[in-house]
Design a protein around this ligand. Structure first.
Ligand SMILES: [Zn+2]
Length: 304
């Protein structure tokens, strides 16, 4: 792990917000399982700091970009496949909201960054977009390809991605995982056509739930290293050149038994009771809309 500067303002002037809870062994070789999408690695994280200059919250010291890429390259996550129905409903809802700004797909190009097994790409294709994705996990790309979904293996540096070629770019739950979010947003900016839109979705460190739970906020996990608020993400997008179009809280759909496994990770006794109840009523597989107010989306436009 190494010391890093604030990715939003470039300064190295911070206050410790939450001390590290990781063991020393994780500093050199963190477990790739902690980097899965459905990881239940709650309560374990690197030191989390707040920038004294701009207020951005980030993990510091942290693994470098190459280490992170290697970890994400190795990610395998079968729980995510089981959660497909919840993801489909969430993505359908997110796409519908995004289309109020972009207009309908009508064969226009969309790139999903960190596409994973391609659920959003699938949803967007079905809605009429010419959608494709890019994803670092070889395992996830293979699953997507088995379903004939066009997912490139790699990152935004992939040579097949051409500048000014996309009408829309989406980043669902990706920006909190990367070492250089400003750099990734700048690459996305380049790939967009002038007038194109980006949607960025992440968790909100300034949300009421985050402030109430403090160090017990469930999104403090090994794999999350950037903690944005609507303000800090908007500032970063503007620095890159984007014009902010819309910013608001957006929830998701989860199956009840997935919710129960997550709850068990945070409050074991309550989780176990909840689990018994949903199985007793035979509703464990039912997806329900969840909104704790601690996830948000920003839409921004490439003006010129
Ligand atoms: Zn800063």
């Amino acid at each position: 792990m190494k010391e890093v500067h604030c990715n939003l303002c470039g300064q190295n002037d911070y206050s410790v917000r939450y001390p590290a809870t990781l063991g020393r062994e994780d500093h050199h070789a963190p477990d790739a399982r902690a980097f899965r999408c459905t990881s239940l690695d709650y309560g374990r994280h690197a030191q989390i700091v707040t920038c004294n200059k701009c207020g951005h919250v980030y993990a510091n010291p942290v693994w470098d970009e190459d280490e992170l890429l290697m970890l994400y390259g190795d990610v395998e996550d079968t729980t995510y496949i089981e959660e497909r129905i919840g993801r489909v409903l969430t993505f359908q809802k997110h796409l519908k909201a995004f289309e109020k700004i972009t207009g309908p797909g009508n064969g226009r190009t969309l790139l999903d960054v960190g596409a994973y097994i391609g659920v959003f790409v699938d949803v967007a294709c079905q809605a009429g977009w010419n959608a494709s994705g890019v994803e670092p996990s070889a395992w996830a790309v293979e699953i997507a390809r088995q379903q004939h979904l066009p997912i490139l293996h790699g990152t935004l540096d992939h040579p097949d991605l051409a500048a000014n070629s996309f009408e829309a770019i989406t980043m669902w739950d990706v920006i909190e995982h990367v070492a250089d979010p400003a750099g990734e947003l700048a690459k996305a900016y380049k790939l967009l056509k002038p007038g194109g839109y980006i949607a960025v979705h992440t968790m909100d460190i300034d949300s009421l739930l985050s402030r109430l739970l403090g160090p017990r906020w469930p999104w403090l996990m090994t794999m999350h290293i950037q903690f944005f608020s609507q303000r800090t993400l908007a500032t970063m997008l503007e620095k890159v050149g984007f014009e902010i179009v819309w910013s608001a809280v957006q929830g998701r759909y989860l199956r009840l038994n997935y919710l129960s496994s997550r709850l068990t990770g945070v409050v074991p006794a309550a989780g176990s009771l909840f689990d018994q109840a949903i199985h007793a009523f035979n509703i464990a597989d039912r997806p329900i809309p969840i909104n704790f107010g601690d996830l948000f989306t920003i839409y921004a436009k490439k003006v010129s």
